[in-house]
Write a protein that binds this ligand. Structure first.
Ligand code: LLP
Length: 413
């Protein structure tokens, strides 16, 4: 078995135990080089036409990571007022933010309007609300391309079974309602879902979406969404997502479209996971090892409150074991690695072949940069962890302190 953290020199020669001694566990650690590389890759997928990648910040909203996105020439999507506020704080200008909410109330919509941020509306009711608040303005519509994709039914966001977007058959009605408020539909967006490992589902959706786009005149932008996968089984050499093929095939489709549409809109994407997943790992401490019958249980401080993905979607994360600062090699026995939350389902991996794991070892959960910290909670009154950046110059620094009990208790009135 390979070691990703050794191969990529993820910690850039820094002593892992020293970092952990300084900041404690569980601890999210990011690698600036990897983050910058992935951000710059998505920024350059389309070069022949006007194109902009919008980083979908729900994947990881640490302000230092948002600043990296900005420096790498990537704009951002926001899903809520909170995300808009943080993007403005990170230095993005309103025109660099695309608001893609669902089911919001008048106050939240008004916040975006007051800040001059382009909004995408994903139902007729939301068009009515927006039209009444901001008549005669510009907006975008989120349209369901009719085909979805994703690693789990919970993250498929298009097709027949989803709460998202306006169905193709409702486009005429949506236009009529927009018209009644003097709204100009200047863009359309889609998002098929999250995590597919080949470009094909996305390319299929592009075909559908470009067909649908022709139903709108003079679009200023067409946003195709995100969902590009990353290899979560990298220790077994899973192939990465082929962003090069995506670029070629996508451009071909745009060639066809531009030839006959009459104008060239700005094309956009909305990747989240691809930008940040591989640039983050989660370190945890083994606090107890025991056998129940034939099963080895490794008890750590990485509870489901710290990384929800395995529990919520049965997601796989590769895990490396670090003993005395060194990666432990060789598969020795099956182990079930658990957290410290009072639920039987609080399991990171079940009966997985692992190296020998001992009490006080560290676990290093790979590909934790996306939907890791951003989905943390304080369930069981556990504190959200700290986050550390391994910088390009080889130094490291704290980019978010661990939550304190006061942080939590201060919300009680
Ligand atoms: N655009 C929209 C409108 C979205 O809803 C999403 C993700 C994205 C872009 C970015 O998708 P990405 O490129 O990251 O796949 N918590 C789940 C993933 C949920 C994704 C929800 N929407 C997970 O941990 O797998």
């Amino acid at each position: 078995m390979n070691s990703f953290i050794e191969k990529r020199d993820f910690f850039k020669g820094n002593d892992i135990e020293k970092i952990v001694k300084e900041f404690g566990t569980p601890l999210y650690v990011y690698n600036e080089d990897i983050l910058r590389k992935r951000m710059s890759e998505v920024a350059g997928i389309i070069t022949k036409y006007p194109y902009k990648a919008n980083y979908s910040m729900k994947a990881n909203s640490n302000i230092e990571i948002l600043k990296i996105a900005r420096e790498e020439n990537v704009n951002c999507d926001a899903m809520s007022e909170g995300e808009i506020r943080l993007l403005l704080k990170a230095g993005f200008t309103p025109d660099q933010i695309f608001f893609v909410p669902n089911n919001i109330d008048a106050n939240e919509m008004q916040y975006a309007i007051d800040n001059g941020i382009m909004i995408s509306l994903d139902s007729i009711d939301q068009i009515n609300l927006y039209g009444s608040l901001n008549p005669g303005s510009k907006c975008a519509l989120r349209i369901n391309p009719g085909v979805g994709a994703g690693h789990h039914e919970k993250v498929v966001t298009a097709g027949k079974n989803t709460k998202f977007a306006i169905a193709e058959e409702d486009i005429d009605e949506a236009k009529r309602v927009a018209d009644s408020y003097g709204l100009k539909i200047c863009g359309i967006n889609q998002h098929v879902g999250s995590l597919y490992m080949t470009p094909d589902p996305f390319l299929n959706a592009i075909d559908q979406f470009l067909r649908i786009a022709r139903k709108f005149k003079d679009l200023e932008f067409i946003d195709f969404g995100g969902g590009f996968g990353i290899p979560y089984h990298k220790l077994e050499d899973e192939e990465p997502f082929d962003i090069f093929r995506l670029s070629i095939e996508w451009t071909k489709r745009l060639d066809e479209f531009v030839k006959s549409y009459g104008s060239t809109p700005l094309f956009k994407s909305e990747p989240g996971r691809y930008c940040v997943a591989e640039g983050g790992v989660l370190l945890g401490r083994v606090n107890a090892v025991k056998y129940n019958g034939d099963h080895k249980y490794v008890g750590t401080d990485v509870g489901m409150n710290v990384l929800m993905r395995p529990v919520l979607y049965d997601s796989w994360h590769d895990i490396e074991i670090i003993s005395d600062g060194k990666v432990v090699k060789g598969m020795k026995e099956e182990a079930t690695i658990t957290g410290n939350i009072c639920e039987s389902g609080d399991v990171l991996c079940k009966d997985r072949p692992m190296p020998m794991i001992k009490d006080n070892d560290l676990i290093c959960v790979l590909d934790a940069g996306a939907y890791g910290y951003s989905m943390c909670s304080s369930y069981n009154m556990r504190l959200r962890p700290a986050e550390v950046m391994i910088c390009s110059d080889g130094s490291y620094r704290l980019i978010r302190r661990r939550e304190t009990f006061d942080d939590i208790f201060n919300t009680f009135v």
